[in-house]
Design a protein around this ligand. Sequence first.
Ligand SMILES: *Cc1c(COP(=O)(O)O)cnc(C)c1O
Length: 396
Amino acid sequence: MSNGTVYYFDNNATTRVAPEVVEAMLPFLTEQWGNPSSAYSFGNEVGEAVDHARAQVAELINAEPREIIFTSCGTESDNAALNSALQTQPGKRHIITTAVEHSANIKYGQMLEKRGVEVTWIPVDRAGQLDVHEIHEAIREDTAMVSVMMANNETGVVFPIEEIAAICRIKGVPFHTDAVQTPGKMELDVKALGVDYLSLSAHKLHAPKGIGCLYVRQGLPYQSYIVGGGQESGRRGGTENVAYMIAFGKAAEMATASLGGEVERIRALRDRMEDGILEAIPGVTRNGAKEPRLASTSNLSFADCEAEAILLLLNREGICASSGSACTTGSMAPSHVLIAMGLSPEHAMGAVRFSLSKYTTDTEVDYLLEKLPAIIEKLRGASPKTEQPAAEAVNS
Ligand SMILES: *Cc1c(COP(=O)(O)O)cnc(C)c1O
C-alpha cells in the first residue's frame, strides 16, 4: 500500500503549480485586488501587472503582447478559434481538423456538424502521424479554418506544424494549432512556425487550472467568443482573472527558461522509464511514434490487461497515471486517438499513459519500475485470457 506519497505520472492531464507561481499570484488575491479596468491608480497598478503577464506569455511563443487574448482555458481557446473562423467568413462552412485532437476540438467539430458545417477529419497512421498531403488535398474554396494540434496529449506525437502552416498560407486559409501540450517541452515560435492562431492552457505548464490564451496574429480577423465588457481589447468579455493571469505569466517565463537542459533530463528519464518497463514486462508495446515525440510522454499497451485495472492497482501504490485522456476517464470507451491509429479495441483498452514533468524525479521512476511488473503479473494471473492457453496445454 502507498505510504501517502504521490508518485505523479499524469502531467499531460495537469501539472503541479510551481511554488514561484503561487508566490507571484498571491498578492493579487490579498492586497492588490483592484479591477484592472478602473480609472484610479489602485486599479491601474493591477492593470500594469496584467500587461506584464501578457508580455511574459507573448514572449513564450515569440508573439507581441497585443496578439495574446487571455481566456478561461485551453478548451475555450480552441472553441473560440473555430467559432471566429466561421463567424468572420460567413460564406465558408468547412473546417479541417484531425481525428486525434483533444476533445475540445473533437466535440466542438461534432457540434458544428450538427449545425450544418462540414468537417474533414484528417486520419493518422499506425504511428499516430498524419500525412500533410491529405491536408493539402482537403482544402477547398469554402474552408474556413484548418486546426491541427501541435503535439498529441495521449501519445506525445508531434505534428509537422510548420509544413501545415505553409500549405495554409499558400492556400489562403487561416491556420490554428492547439499547442497546449508543448510549452517548456519544445521551442515555440509563432513567427517561425507561421501559425495564425494558437491555443495554450496554463495548468499544463505549472500554473493553476482555469486560465489559457489564444494567440491571434496581428491584422487577422477575430470575432469574440465571450461577449460583454471591453476587456482584452474588446475581444473577450469578463472581468480579468488577474491572479491567474499573473500566474500564467510567471509560469510562461519559467517554461522558456526550462527549455534545453531540463527537457533533455526529462527525455532521458522518460526513456529510462519506458525502456525499463519494456524490458521488465513481456507483452508491452509503445503506442505512437518514438520520434518526433514530446520528451514527457510514454503511452504503453499491456497485453491481456485492462488499463482501468492497472490504474486501480497503481493508485493503491500511490502512483498516478491515466488511460486515454483525462476527459474520457471513467467512461469505458477506448481512446479515440488509439482507435484512429488503427489499434484494436482490446489493445486500446490496455493502454496507459505515463507523463512526466520537470518535477519528476529518478526516485519516482525507480518506484514505478519496482511496482509495475508485479501489478501486471497479478492482473495477468487473474485474466482468463492467459489462463486458457495454459489449461489447453495441459489438456493436449
Ligand atoms: C489539456 C488540453 C486541452 C484543454 O485545456 P483546458 O485548459 O483543460 O481546457 C486542450 N488541448 C490539449 C492538447 C490538452 O492537452
